[in-house]
Design a binder for this molecule. Structure first.
Ligand SMILES: CC(C)[C@H](C(=O)O)[C@@H](O)C(=O)O
Ligand code: SF4
Length: 481
């Protein structure tokens, strides 16, 4: 495409990284950052070993363990679960053998890979960023092209620092206006997925734009981009602006001084040009978004907290009726039941969607001076050791612990059942994570996705509750509130 035509943010980053384009349009892309975790890397390192190859760019490759790590002290004294212990030990052996920079489990900088990338300044605007993990889309909030790859691609990137990619289509989701009281970035993205569905972004890279997106802080932008994968998109991204640059200035491993100013000059050219054409456009009005909660077993099955459980019989076709019946049954619901009447057994605040300091502040704000309801197990799991430290410096851990929350070490935790933090069969959980399919948080577990403020409201009331009824108007309860 000639440079004179208006281009999108995605087009610009893509074109800046093409090493070669094949006749069918597939491109060999240069990859700036490769983040590695323990789940999807073992066979990739094994492949390198077998082929006698080395890691091509040690300065572009960073590894951390997050999925399998216990969030209590056993992570330091010896991981009990044999499979988890093996995965962590395998990554540690591989990074030592190949000389890859590793953030060890006892480091304050350890955490969920998608939290620590931006936090440390490893993920920067204009970059191509990959990781063997679907939620790599999170890093797109920096104004980067960031996407998940499979294990064989992890091996390819380790060996060559490049990746073969088919071009994606451009999609823009514009959120106009201002969010209402008690609504946050999580509500925006749940509302978007509710509107376009889990296949709404298929084949596209979504650029999130509009006044409500621009008003989000970096944490909120990461929440939105994180879940673009739940809308089926290849990646999600937000144009870099002053909010982005201010964030980057404070990152320990980001460029500094003259190098940073030069970078900012380039990053400032990245936003989509006026008149750039998107293959698909979706527009939402932020003022119409309410605090959202998922009721079913797919992130598209969301409703405002004021809603009621849908009646499967009211669906248009038999396939959907059967699907809804299964969801209602698995989730232990009755059609017509008010969502705000659903009692919860567990509350989880954490994950790469909502495990940042802003999320913990939002939860603590609601919890302050209240107690976790009887019979509810509530936990807060910071997304990284640095988030944990910051929260402790602000005294948020005290507020949460005094209310009856568990205060944990950083990791993926109850977002998925790969470590000891799991739901028991039939348990209902208000969760700030991003996936709610059957068994996601433990076999038979029932997940309701919502924002940190809404999760906190569930913890103190013992049910899915409308946070707006608990808080005085004007209280800050999230990144965008
Ligand atoms: C384990 C990993 C490959 C997986 C992913 O790719 O997303 C996990 O992070 C998840 O959230 O389900
Ligand atoms: S926190 Fe959850 S979604 Fe994020 S990387 Fe870990 S398991 Fe995947």
């Amino acid at each position: 495409m000639p440079a004179t035509q208006p281009r999108t943010l995605f087009d610009k980053i893509w074109e800046a990284h093409v090493v070669e384009t094949l006749p069918d349009g597939t491109a060999l892309l240069y990859i700036d950052r490769h983040l590695v975790h323990e789940v999807t890397s073992p066979q990739a390192f094994e492949g390198l070993r077998t082929a006698g190859r080395r890691v091509h760019r040690l300065d572009g490759t960073f590894a951390v363990t997050d999925h399998n790590v216990p969030t209590d002290s056993t992570r330091f004294t010896g991981i009990q679960e044999p499979e988890s212990a093996l995965q962590v030990a395998t990554l540690e052996k591989n990074v030592a053998e190949f000389g890859v920079t590793y953030i060890p489990l006892n480091s304050k900088r350890q955490g969920i890979v998608h939290i620590i990338g931006p936090e440390l300044g490893l993920s920067l605007p204009g970059m191509t960023i990959v990781c063997g993990d679907s939620h790599t889309s999170t890093h797109g909030a920096m104004g980067a092209l960031a996407f998940g790859i499979g294990t064989s691609e992890v091996e390819h990137v380790l060996a060559t620092q490049t990746l073969l990619q088919k071009p994606a289509k451009n999609m823009r989701v514009t959120v106009n206006g201002t969010l209402g009281f008690g609504c946050t970035a999580k509500d925006i993205v749940l509302a978007i997925i509710g509107k376009i569905g889990t296949a709404g972004g298929t084949g596209h890279v979504i650029e999130f734009a509009g006044e409500a997106i621009r008003a989000l802080d970096m944490a909120g932008r990461m929440t939105v981009c994180n879940m673009s994968i739940e809308a089926g998109a290849r990646a999600g991204m937000i144009a870099p602006d002053e909010t982005t640059f201010a964030y980057v200035r404070e990152r320990p491993m980001a460029p500094k001084g003259e190098a940073l100013e030069r970078a900012i000059a380039w990053w400032s050219t990245l936003p989509s040009d006026e008149g750039a054409v998107f293959d698909r456009e979706v527009v939402l009005d932020a003022a119409e978004i309410a605090p959202m909660v998922s009721w079913g077993t797919s992130p598209e099955d969301v409703l405002p907290i004021t809603g009621t459980v849908p009646d499967p019989d009211s669906a248009a076709d038999e396939a959907r009726r059967a699907q809804l019946r299964r969801m209602v049954d698995y989730m232990g619901l009755t059609p017509g039941q008010r969502l705000a009447d659903l009692k919860v057994d567990a509350v989880f605040v954490g994950s790469c969607t909502n495990g940042r300091i802003e999320d913990i502040r939002a939860a603590a704000e609601v919890v302050r001076g209240r107690r976790v309801a009887d019979g509810v197990r509530a936990m807060v799991v910071p997304g990284s050791g640095l988030v944990k430290e910051q929260a402790e410096n602000e005294g948020l851990d005290i507020i949460l612990k005094e209310a009856g929350f568990e205060w944990r070490e950083a990791g993926c935790s109850m977002c998925l059942g790969m470590n000891p933090d799991k739901l028991s069969p039939g348990q209902r959980c208000a969760s700030t994570s991003n996936r709610n399919f059957e068994g996601r948080q433990g076999k038979g577990g029932r997940t309701h996705l919502l924002s940190p403020a809404m999760a906190a409201a569930a913890a103190v009331t013992g049910r899915l509750a409308d946070v707006r009824e608990l808080m005085p108007r004007g209280t800050a309860m999230g990144d965008a509130a």
